[in-house]
Design a protein around this ligand. Structure first.
Ligand code: B4P
Length: 198
């Protein structure tokens, strides 16, 4: 299996780039944001709990998200690899993911971290808020809260994977295709190394 994490602050383009990457590499896309929004749309108890946090720009509790990931992995036993989008977002989630993958005799190959300035993030999210209907995008205070939450709780996840030498910073500003090319170059490098190791 070849598993990768697409990492970055809210609005850095994780969802946008994931769509293109899964097409090219045939990986199974797991986006915790999408999974949570689907629970909200179906008005499940989990969705109702998650909505309270998401509407305030806060992270959903770890145990909720880790449970969802565990189910998603079990539901895809034949996957040739997973692309994790928006997960892990805390150090606790990162440790849990490593354990879940270990049970499947697998690991994270690389974390690709999208580098985007705060000014650009706010601009993108406010623009999306005009049309997306997402309650966490159409309020400036909530967007700010998500960025603060990212710095406090999510940025340390990159330190966690740095300890294993697995983090690569990729330019996240420019056209969608330019950013995609930067991501593909890093993935292709890792895939070639994997091939050499047999
Ligand atoms: P997510 O759904 O993960 O969303 P995101 O971080 O806001 O966006 P993303 O980085 O995917 O940006 P996108 O490509 O869409 O999280 C939402 C919420 O769910 C969180 O706040 C949290 O409450 C909860 N949650 C999710 N996962 C969790 C977890 N693991 N633990 C706890 N809570 C969790 O791009 C944004 C916009 O920019 C789009 O409009 C796009 O068109 C535009 N864009 C993209 N690339 C561009 C480019 N190159 N130039 C210009 N615009 C661009």
């Amino acid at each position: 299996m070849f598993n990768l994490i697409l990492f970055g602050p809210p609005g850095s383009g994780k969802g946008t780039q994931s769509e293109k990457l899964i097409d090219r590499y045939g990986l199974k896309h797991i986006s915790t944001g999408d999974l949570l929004r689907s629970e909200i749309a179906r008005q499940t108890p989990l969705g109702q709990e998650a909505k309270n946090f998401m509407d305030k720009g806060q992270l959903v509790p770890d145990e909720v998200v880790i449970g969802m990931i565990s189910s998603a992995l079990d539901e895809n036993p034949g996957a040739k690899g997973f692309l994790f989008d928006g997960f892990p977002r805390t150090a606790t989630q990162a440790e849990a993911l490593d354990k879940l993958l270990e049970l499947k005799h697998s690991t994270i190959a690389v974390m690709l971290a999208l580098d985007v300035s705060e000014e650009e993030l706010i601009k993108r999210l406010e623009k999306r808020g005009e049309t997306s209907g997402r309650s966490d995008d159409n309020n400036h205070q909530v967007i700010k809260a998500r960025i603060v939450e990212y710095h406090n709780k999510t940025a340390p996840v990159a330190d966690y994977y740095s300890n294993f030498d697995k983090v690569v910073l990729v330019k996240g500003e420019g056209t969608i295709n330019e950013i995609f090319d930067g991501l593909c170059a890093e993935i292709d490098k890792r895939l070639a190394e994997k091939e050499l190791q047999g």
